[in-house]
Design a protein around this ligand. Structure first.
Ligand code: HPA
Length: 268
């Protein structure tokens, strides 16, 4: 496994003239536009990268974009691998392992999720303060001791200093932020009403099908993480959202998220 990770990282380094990103950014569903903000130096299709999971989904678009943002070297994953697609947890998290080998010192993650906290509205941005993992743990199996410990600590999983900085920036930019616990389930079904109530009862504020595996692996390697969820629906609401409105709200929230990520990366 470690050998494959190193091999893939070496191949990427050869394609990108040894580009060394400081920040890795995972762009979630509907948030891929952010890549346009990056002054791209190199772009690699996932399907061209040896060792990367092979997409089974027709028309699946995924690429790594290397470039600068606010003068910082970044790499963005435009598209991620989900457990519900049939990948193993090792495949889902492989790209984050590779990004660490390439040199990232921070991981920024984003996703679309369903609000469980009844004070949340469609289009809200939720800073992820913690998570509850309801998927298989990606660290099950032999430990890669060179990368991290057998029993990684999960305190401060979402970096408190980065969260504080987000709060300060949001105030300056008049961006309304929510804060909460992300519950990561396998999907691909959305939750039943009973499951949304269950997620709420166990302490969740938003439900999604991604992010948690990547964050666990990043924390295994001691990389500070900042995460944001765009609330695209409200699970406990009786109203079925107007689809067009949900998309519009999602787009508006995406714009706010881009501004927040951009300023945070500038001030790292
Ligand atoms: N549940 C799980 N994943 C999601 C949801 C949801 O309600 N909305 C967007 N992704």
């Amino acid at each position: 496994m470690l050998e494959e990770i190193k091999k893939t990282a070496a191949w990427i380094q050869a394609q990108t003239a040894g580009f060394r990103p400081e920040v890795g950014i995972v762009l979630g569903t509907g948030l891929g536009d952010f890549a346009e903000q990056i002054e791209a130096a190199y772009s690699l299709d996932y399907k061209s990268i040896p060792g990367f999971p092979v997409s089974t989904v027709e028309g699946h678009k995924g690429r790594l974009i290397f470039g600068t943002l606010e003068g910082r070297k970044v790499v963005a994953m435009q598209g991620r691998f989900h457990y519900y697609e049939g990948y193993t947890m090792q495949q889902v998290t492989f790209p984050v392992r590779v990004l660490q080998q390439l040199g990232i010192g921070y991981l920024f993650v984003s996703n679309a999720s369903g609000g469980i906290n009844t004070s949340f509205r469609v289009g809200d941005l939720m800073v992820i303060t913690d998570h509850i993992n309801l998927m298989p743990n990606p660290l099950i199996g032999p430990n890669l001791a060179e990368l991290g410990p057998r029993f990684p600590d999960m305190h401060n999983c979402y970096d408190k200093e980065l969260i504080a900085r987000a709060t300060a920036i949001a105030e300056q930019e008049s961006i309304k932020l929510q804060y909460g616990v992300y519950v990561g389930g396998t999907g691909p079904t959305f939750e039943t009403q009973a499951e949304y109530r269950y997620f709420k009862a166990i302490g969740g504020d938003a439900a999604g099908m991604s992010t948690v595996p990547e964050v666990i692996v990043a924390r295994h390697m001691s990389i500070p993480v900042f995460g944001v969820s765009v609330i695209t629906n409200c699970g406990l609401s009786d109203e079925i959202g107007d689809h067009e409105d949900v998309q519009l709200q999602g787009k508006k929230a995406g714009v706010k998220m881009q501004l927040l990520f951009r300023r945070m990366i500038k001030e790292l």
